[in-house]
Design a binder for this molecule. Structure first.
Ligand code: COA
Length: 260
């Protein structure tokens, strides 16, 4: 693995654990973090040793407390658009990554932090996690995909309420709204994410990727998700994983998948 300065990484048993590492700034996403996150995502795509990923924040207080507000000063319209586009590019790569990515939300997930968590495939929160899109307090709107992904995850009414009131909600409320998959005790957060990833990684890697791409198709303009599902189902039956999975079932043994 490459060494990063704003990220800490640990690779073990195919699971890459990424810590956003700016604890003194509550892990706010400055240009350096976004740049290194982009490099790390490229590494996730290309490194065969990485099978699944957990993204979390360093320290006990914050996942990510938003984009770095210090970098907003004096932006021109073009610079503002570039800043948003950069975040979109990185978060889109996370969303369509062929390998499963879980956000382990260990505290504040505000603004860009909530958006980062929402770009991941699954979100597990610790009991002290807090979520919100408070950009309107700054005269802004969410700019890293939040207006879209929050609406997709919790529906238009509640998404508009959260974005217009700038309310910060706790983990239990986030779970009730469907913003997070599960809430666990803080000390169990990473182990819970690892256990879930291990379960996912015991399935066909090819099929997991096709699930991600097929679900993504639902939200992509100009693409019919049902057609995509038919297409990808057809591809699945041509794979070794399909032969292995069905054969193993009939032979009453555990499958050994290769992702091919
Ligand atoms: N951008 C830049 N710096 C940030 C930040 C952000 N989004 N969020 C927190 N920080 C910094 C603070 O400026 C402070 O730095 P300092 O010690 O050099 O002054 C440090 O992180 C600790 O934050 P602090 O505000 O002292 O902690 P707190 O416990 O009192 O409050 C929050 C925590 C999350 C409620 C508060 O930091 C906050 O409101 N942050 C901004 C959230 C936000 O609006 N995010 C969306 C941005 S688009």
């Amino acid at each position: 693995m490459k060494q990063y300065t704003t990220l800490l990484t640990e690779l073990s048993n195919g699971i890459l654990l990424i810590y956003i590492n700016r604890e003194d700034k509550l892990n706010a996403l400055n240009g350096a973090v976004i740049g290194e996150l982009n490099e790390a995502i490229d590494e996730i795509y290309s490194n065969d040793e990485i099978k699944g990923v957990i993204i979390t924040g360093k320290g006990s207080k914050s996942f990510v407390a938003g984009a770095d507000i210090n970098e907003f000063k004096g932006l021109t319209e073009e610079e503002g658009k570039r800043l948003a586009q950069r975040g979109h590019d990185v978060f889109d790569k996370i969303e369509i990554c062929p390998k499963p990515i879980i956000a382990a939300v260990n505290g504040f997930a505000l603004g860009g932090g909530c958006e980062l968590a929402m770009a991941c495939h699954i979100r597990i929160a610790s009991e002290n996690a807090k979520f919100g899109q408070p950009e309107v307090k700054l005269g802004l709107i969410p700019g890293y995909g939040g207006t879209q992904r929050l609406t997709q995850l919790i529906g238009k009414g509640k998404a508009l309420e959260l974005m217009m009131t700038a309310d910060i909600i706790d983990a239990a409320c986030a779970e009730k709204l469907g913003l997070v998959n599960d809430v666990v005790q803080t000390v169990e957060l990473i182990d819970t994410c690892k256990a879930m990833l291990e379960k996912i990684l015991s399935m066909s890697p090819h099929a997991i990727n096709q699930v991600i791409q097929s679900v993504y198709a639902h939200f992509k303009d100009g693409i019919d998700g049902f057609d995509t599902e038919i297409e990808l189902f057809g591809k699945c039956v041509t794979t070794n994983d399909f032969v292995e999975g069905t054969t193993a079932f009939l032979e009453k043994r555990k499958p050994v998948f290769t992702g091919k």
